[in-house]
Design a protein. Structure first.
Length: 79
């Protein structure tokens, strides 16, 4: 279920500087430019799909990751 208040909460979360590509780079070692490039490719590349398996779902943060993947698909129109 998605309503306006929940969308606003999500928009606030993703726009928080602590969640910027630069901060993710510090944690992951993946350059911020590469993160932005991958995001742009996924968002503008036409129809997209996400496939994941047990490695994602059985991880300690699996549920959160699955929700993030679903949010990415919805935010980019890849439904």
């Amino acid at each position: 279920r998605c309503d306006w208040d929940e969308f606003q909460d999500w928009a606030t979360f993703v726009s928080d500087p602590r969640n910027s590509p630069e901060e993710v780079e510090k944690i992951s070692g993946v350059p911020a430019a590469a993160i932005r490039g991958a995001a742009r490719l996924y968002a503008t590349g036409g129809n997209g799909a996400v496939y994941y398996g047990l490695g994602v779902t059985e991880h300690s943060q699996g549920s959160t990751t699955v929700m993030a993947i679903a949010n990415l698909a919805m935010a980019t129109g890849n439904l």
